[in-house]
Every structure is written in structure tokens, then in C-alpha cells.
Ligand binder design. Structure first.
Ligand code: AMP
Length: 396
């Protein structure tokens, strides 16, 4: 079956057309600046990529343009839209309602609308993408795959905040966690690579990208994760602060004459390693600056590693042990020196990195020494493939 995977942002739309039998990507691409002017980058497998400026007033026009390119006689990869058997939509927030991927129908869409309050920047964009596909591909089955679903197995002790309980009851204020599709994919892959039953494994997945989170996966289930009510909690990220003393908000807001929403924007967009270093949110830039002697870039990198290591240590405690520490996403897969920095803190757990094996980018590999009690691994994530698999499982 050919599955179209759609990931809609407020002004962007990423897509992949995947053949679910061979799991090959037939085409992928990105629509940007939707509602502003519009730019499409379309990459058909085995053909030259297409980059065009094309007006896209809304997401329906963007989806329409994508479908036109997928079926185009020259740059297309399918003869007609009838070849698309299903559409899988990435949806950021499923609240407590969705603990698994779900076939999208009117009732489910109404439920997603209800939880949009919890992700006001993301869910409305996801819903627009769903409606655009419904309009242009009526009758094609669609599935919603939620970033939060995998973490619905967290116990109360992990998901509740130390706040008045009524905030949870009345407003749903609790930890939800994100990157669930990736944490689930990587933890399953770890078990497959090692030839072990996932039920017997305690794995800590470090999804380290521009947004970063860690997940404790015990017996295939998420038991704790570092992102919380929103993706702002947890690790120091590219531009997000991660954990901090909430009293700082009022203090700095008073000094800088900012309101709460301006402060939240600082925490999301101007903080993290970019805010600390003043250099960049990109770890390649930070590594270069640190090598050239930039102290704040060096501190930002070490802060990042230190926070990751502290979370790994705490999750080893949460699971009363750990078998595998898996690195994934842009930094986890590619930043050799960052992995070494993190693992340098974790000798006490019984993990020893092999510098030669660690010298790898974007490849599945065990990077710890043969006698390391805990395995360290690099396992590239593939959220689109995970969405494709979930979609096929539900529509077949
Ligand atoms: P993601 O959000 O998973 O796409 O990850 C993006 C981040 O990965 C970028 O901001 C970079 O900081 C980081 N990254 C990508 N490639 C490399 C590399 N070769 N070395 C270090 N960091 C990298």
C-alpha cells in the first residue's frame, strides 16, 4: 500500500509518500510559507528535486500542490491519486483521550479539536491538514498518530505535578510528554537489533534534536519522559530553557517589563544553548565556536550534556536499572563529541564508550565497549516510517 504521511505546522507542511510493503520513500518534500507566499521543495526518489515558488493561500492549496506533483507525468511517482491507499497524519497532542493511533472520523476529529486547547500552536494546524486531505481525497482512510500517545502509560507518580490536584481535574494540567512516535520507534528498534524481547528491556532513549527529550522505556512502555505539559520542560534545548525555577518568570518579567506570554516566548525561542552561548542553536556552530575558545559556547555544550546525564541517571533510578542507552535525532545521531560528553558522566552506571565505535554518524551501531555492562547505541529515528506503519496497521 502507498501511504501519504503528512506533518502540518502552522505555515508549513512536510510530506512523504511511502510504499509500505518495501518501506521505501517514493517522494518527500516540504511546503513552506503557506499563507504568506509559498515555496515547495519536492524530492522524488531517483529524480531531480524540484524547488518552486508557488502561491499557497492555505493548507488545502498546499496539499493540492503536493498531490499535483506526486501525480505529475515528469516529477511524479504515481499514476493517479487512486494509488494512495491511506494518509497518516502526525498530531502533536492527543491529551488523555488518545493512548494510541486512531482512524480519523468526525467523532475523533471533534475529540482532537477538544484537546487543541492544550497545544494551541500545533493541533489547529494538524486539523487544517486533515481537513485539506479529506476535501481533496474523499474516501481515503486517514489515521492520526499522536506525539503524546506513547507516554499515556506513565504512572500517576510520574505524570502529576506537585500542584493543587484540582488543576489536573479541571484543566488537565499534568505531564503528557512528546516525541512519543520517536521514543516508541527507537525502543522497538533497539530490541530488534539486539534480538531481545522488548518486555525484558529497560531502555533510556535520548531524542536529542533541536527539540530534545528523554524517555524511560520499561518492557516496551513509557514510564517517564522529560517533556511535560508542553515541550518546554526537561532538557536544555536548542532555544528552549528546559527545567527552571518558575519564580524566575515573575522576577524577570518585572525587571524587563514583559508580560507572561512574552516571557513564555523567551523561554521557548530565546533560551537553551542559543540563549546561553549567544552563538547559535545549532550544535555544529557551537562545537566550532567552543573549539575556537568561546567560553559561553563551551559552557552551553557542557550544560546540555550534564542535563542529559542527570536525566539518564534519574531514569535508571526510576526503572531500578538500565540495559540500553540509545541516542537518536539530529544531535544524538550525528554529534560524536556530544555523545562522548554525555557518556563520560555515566561510568557509574556501568557504561563505557568505545571511541572508535562512537565515531559514527546516522547509522545503527552499538558504541559501548564489549565489556560495558550497559549498552550505548546510536539508533536513527524515523518518525515518518513509524506513522506509515501505524497507519497501515489500522486501515488494513
Ligand atoms: P533535529 O531537530 O532532530 O532535526 O536535529 C537538528 C539539530 O541536530 C541541529 O540543530 C544540529 O544542532 C544537530 N546536528 C545535525 N547534524 C549535526 C552534526 N553533524 N554534528 C552536530 N550536530 C548536528
Amino acid at each position: 500500500m502507498k501511504v501519504l504521511v503528512i506533518n502540518c505546522g502552522s505555515s508549513s507542511l512536510k510530506y512523504q509518500l511511502i510504499d509500505s510493503d518495501s518501506e521505501q520513500v517514493l517522494a518527500k518534500g516540504l511546503c513552506e510559507r503557506i499563507g504568506i507566499d509559498g515555496r515547495l521543495t519536492h524530492r522524488p526518489a531517483g529524480k531531480d528535486k524540484v524547488e518552486i515558488e508557488a502561491p499557497m493561500a492555505n493548507h488545502t492549496e498546499a496539499v493540492s500542490l503536493v498531490l499535483k506533483h506526486l501525480t505529475d507525468p515528469e516529477v511524479g511517482v504515481i499514476g493517479s491519486l487512486a494509488e494512495i491507499g491511506a494518509v497518516g497524519h502526525r498530531i502533536v497532542h492527543g491529551g488523555e483521550k488518545f493512548a494510541a493511533s486512531t482512524v480519523l472520523n468526525d467523532e475523533v476529529i471533534a475529540e482532537i479539536e477538544k484537546v487543541s486547547d492544550l497545544a494551541p500552536l500545533h493541533n489547529p494546524a494538524n486539523l487544517i491538514g486533515i481537513r485539506a486531505c479529506q476535501e481533496l481525497m474523499p474516501g481515503v482512510p486517514m489515521v492520526g498518530v499522536f506525539d503524546t500517545a506513547f507516554h499515556q502509560t506513565m504512572p500517576e507518580k510520574a505524570f502529576l505535578y506537585g500542584l493543587p490536584y484540582e488543576y489536573y481535574e479541571k484543566y488537565g494540567v499534568r505531564r503528557y510528554g512528546f516525541h512519543g512516535t520517536s521514543h516508541s520507534f527507537v525502543s522497538k528498534r533497539v530490541a530488534e537489533i539486539l534480538g531481545k524481547d522488548i518486555k525484558d528491556l529497560k531502555t533510556i532513549v535520548c531524542h536529542l534534536g533541536n527539540g530534545a527529550s528523554i524517555c524511560a522505556v520499561q518492557g516496551g512502555k513509557s514510564v517517564d519522559t522529560s517533556m511535560g505539559f508542553t515541550p518546554l520542560e526537561g532538557l536544555v534545548m536548542g532555544t528552549r530553557s528546559g527545567d527552571l525555577d518558575p519564580a524566575i518568570l515573575e522576577y524577570v518579567a518585572g525587571k524587563e517589563h514583559k508580560d507572561l506570554s512574552a516571557m513564555e516566548s523567551v523561554l521557548n525561542k530565546k533560551s537553551g544553548v542559543a540563549g546561553v552561548s549567544g552563538v547559535s542553536s545549532d550544535f555544529r556552530d557551537l562545537g566550532k565556536a567552543a573549539e575556537e575558545g568561546n567560553h559561553r559556547a563551551e559552557v552551553a555544550l557542557e550544560m546540555f550534556a550534564y542535563r542529559v546525564a542527570k536525566y539518564v541517571g534519574s531514569y535508571a533510578a526510576a526503572m531500578n536499572g538500565v540495559d540500553v542507552i540509545a541516542f537518536t535525532a539530529g544531535i544524538g545521531e550525528n554529534d560524536i563529541s556530544m555523545r562522548a560528553r554525555v557518556l563520560a558522566y555515566l561510568g557509574f552506571l556501568g557504561v563505557t564508550v568505545d571511541p572508535e565505535k562512537n565515531n559514527v554518524r546516522g547509522e545503527e551501531r552499538v558504541i559501548s565497549t564489549d565489556d560495558s555492562r550497559v549498552l550505548a547505541m546510536v539508533v536513527p529515528t524515523n518518525e515518518e516510517l513509524a506513522i506509515c506503519r501505524e497507519t497501515v496497521a489500522l486501515v488494513k
